[in-house]
Design a protein around this ligand. Structure first.
Ligand SMILES: [Zn+2]
Length: 406
């Protein structure tokens, strides 16, 4: 059985082994990667089961990966993150290699900074932090609720957010907890409430990306998970969408307006439709029986319009719709975005929210007063993966600058 231990890493454990970081290049397939590194396709690719094969297709360009090499430069282990919770682990085993999916060990820290507007929020956040992810969460949270054209130089901005760290490095999308931006010295606030939605200071929901249920009368039969342990197969898997059980032939509708970018067969998805929406969102509808007449690549569709019919094509055990929501290619939980109306908080919910927002306001004021700067280098205790059954260590490179190639 897989046992994963987490312990604080000490430099002494790195004597013989060496860690190299690398970025997954654009356009590189998993198969290319194996070939380039002289890693055997069997058992690392050709004999994978369909679940693991699917995981391999989730590898995204730009993701930071790690090698563990011995003193001769031979690869002992490879770690390839798939999302912020699950990673592929390749490791030496006897004369060959083995493949598994394992959880990512990460730490989450609440970070904050304040800045004075020079140009506009996007440019200034980028200049201050160097992070387009921070620009993105700010812009997404406020959506189109504010008119930034009235901004004046010297207006203040504060962001409080959660950042995950893997091996001491920030990774994955940060989560905005609260933000304040002045427009001509008038402050505007946004807060992430306990229900996972953003509200303004009055308790009115701000988010505007609406998504209807993509299949009428469908019952949710499997929820989204970035990782879950299958007790019978004894392995880690992911389900990067929502399944709606429905009768064969039930109409499937576009969850939002957009452009069809794919309508055809795609591997285990079977007959699949992909729709591109604004703000780099994409929805996917899989295992369809058939497409509606006229639905093809390049066609524009409206929210609620029928695009196809429930079926069981591809790798599917029975008629259902497998529905995915992605942002910039990253699968996100549709349940967190599906909303039929914009919500206004009342009574008990409102009381709890007022308390929460007061706490955030205190922090925001403190960051304003202290002019909290963005911290580029985070010195967190690095974490180490120790897989008891096989190899020994694989760890952080940040402490060993000569190994840090990324
Ligand atoms: Zn599914």
């Amino acid at each position: 059985m897989l046992r994963l231990f987490l312990f604080i890493f000490t430099l002494s454990s790195l004597y013989s082994a060496q860690i190299e970081n690398f970025r997954w290049e654009d356009g590189v397939t998993y198969s290319d990667f194996l070939e380039k590194n002289n890693l055997p396709r069997k058992p690392l690719l050709d004999t994978l089961d369909t679940d693991d094969e699917r995981l391999v297709q989730e590898i995204r360009a730009g993701v930071n990966c790690n090698y563990l090499k011995d003193s001769n430069g031979t690869i002992e282990q490879v770690l390839i993150p798939l999302n912020d919770e699950l990673q592929i682990h390749i490791y030496k085993s006897k004369d060959s290699y083995a493949f598994e999916a394992i959880p990512i060990v990460s730490e989450t820290k609440t970070d904050a900074f304040s800045l004075k507007i020079q140009t506009n929020p996007s440019v200034d956040i980028k200049n201050e932090t160097g992070s387009i992810n921070l620009v993105s969460i700010f812009a997404t949270a406020f959506g189109s609720s504010l008119d930034f054209t009235a901004l004046r130089k010297g207006d203040n901005l504060v962001m409080i957010y959660d950042q995950k760290y893997r091996m001491g490095k920030p990774f994955s999308m940060p989560t905005l907890k609260a933000a304040m931006v002045e427009i001509n010295k008038k402050p505007h606030f946004i807060y992430l409430n306990d229900d996972g939605r953003y509200y303004d200071a009055k308790g009115t929901q701000v988010e505007s990306f609406l998504l209807a249920r993509p299949v009428k009368g469908g019952r949710i039969s499997s929820r989204f998970s970035k990782r879950r342990f299958h007790p019978i197969l004894r392995k880690w898997k992911a389900h990067l969408g929502m399944d709606y059980a429905a009768r064969r032939g039930t109409p499937v509708v576009a969850a939002g307006s957009g452009t069809i970018v794919h309508a055809g067969w795609l591997g285990s998805y079977g007959k699949l439709i992909k729709i591109r929406h604004k703000d780099s969102y994409e929805t996917r509808y899989a295992h369809l029986k058939s497409f509606r007449r006229g639905i093809k690549r390049g066609k524009r569709v409206k929210k609620g319009q029928t695009i196809g019919y429930v079926g069981t094509t591809g790798r599917s055990t029975g008629p259902h719709l497998h529905f995915e929501l992605r942002k910039k290619g990253v699968a996100i939980n549709p349940a967190k975005r599906v909303q039929l109306t914009t919500k206004k908080l009342r009574n008990k919910e409102k009381e709890a929210f007022i308390k929460l927002s007061k706490n955030y306001n205190e922090s925001i004021n403190l960051h304003l007063k202290n002019e909290t700067k963005f911290e580029k280098e985070q010195t967190l205790s690095p974490v180490c993966y120790f897989n008891n059954d096989f190899q020994k260590e694989e760890c952080v490179a940040e402490q060993n600058p000569q190994n840090n190639k990324s």
